[in-house]
Write a protein that binds this ligand. Structure first.
Ligand code: 5RP
Length: 227
């Protein structure tokens, strides 16, 4: 199976954890796309009823609505039963980097409101330590170059997330700076440092959050219980 087939496998498998009546956080990315497609099929077939989706990006909202899944604004719900999202890296101790698709801020807000979180990844995303994947940091545009320069001085090897020849804009119209750290020895310390820098809105470090990870492998989907 190629990587795309592994993504499809894990995305489809994750829908088994959705039960009728649930409010479900719908993540963002190519793996989640398969999950939302499968959820849409089951909703259309009447196998899953009374499903409400809360999405982590405008992209996912459009896909879900086109498939006939009811979508509510996060401010109109009081909790999310289950959030299913992708990840860019998952370490041995179940810490994660997310935001490769640029949706980290809404993803973290939706995750925060969720009773249970499942990440769906293909096996290439499992790492010993986080950091090979560039760490996305969402920053407000005003003074963003100053934040970038500060990252540079700290040796964090920043690069601007681009969309063609323009800076990439998130759903909140912010920029993303990717930090090429190599290996992150102390993710909690780093998350704390970054979030306290003026101009930083959110980081792609998702720490102590995920309950289960569904991994697409050549031998079929494997579930890893984190907490
Ligand atoms: O965090 C994300 C988007 O902001 C995605 O979940 C992450 O980038 C994984 O994406 P994919 O399933 O396409 O590999």
């Amino acid at each position: 199976m190629n990587q795309d087939e592994l993504k499809a496998q894990t995305g489809q498998e994750s829908v088994k954890y959705i039960k009728s009546g649930m409010t479900v956080g719908l993540g963002t990315g190519s793996t989640v796309r398969y999950m939302v497609d499968e959820l849409g099929k089951q909703v259309q077939a009447g196998k899953l009823t009374n499903i409400t989706g809360v999405t982590t990006s405008r992209r996912t909202a459009k896909q879900a609505q086109d498939l006939g899944i009811t979508i509510k604004d996060i401010d109109d719900i009081d909790h999310i039963d289950l959030c299913i999202d992708g990840a860019d890296e998952v370490s041995d101790d179940f810490q994660g980097i997310k935001g490769g698709g640029g949706a980290l801020l809404w993803e973290k807000i939706v995750a925060n409101a969720s009773n249970q979180i499942i990440w769906i990844v293909d096996e290439s995303k499992l790492v010993h330590k986080l950091g090979k994947f560039p760490l996305p940091v969402e920053v407000v545009p005003f003074g963003a170059q100053l934040v970038f320069n500060r990252f540079e001085r700290k040796g964090y090897k920043p690069s601007w997330r681009m969309d063609g020849d323009q800076k990439f804009l998130t759903d909140e119209k912010n920029y993303i700076i990717d930090l090429h750290l190599g290996e992150i020895d102390h993710p909690e310390k780093l998350a704390d440092e970054l979030i306290h820098m003026v101009g930083v809105v959110e980081t792609g470090l998702f720490l102590n959050r995920v309950n289960d990870v569904i991994v697409g492998t050549q031998n079929g989907p494997k579930i890893l219980h984190a907490r």
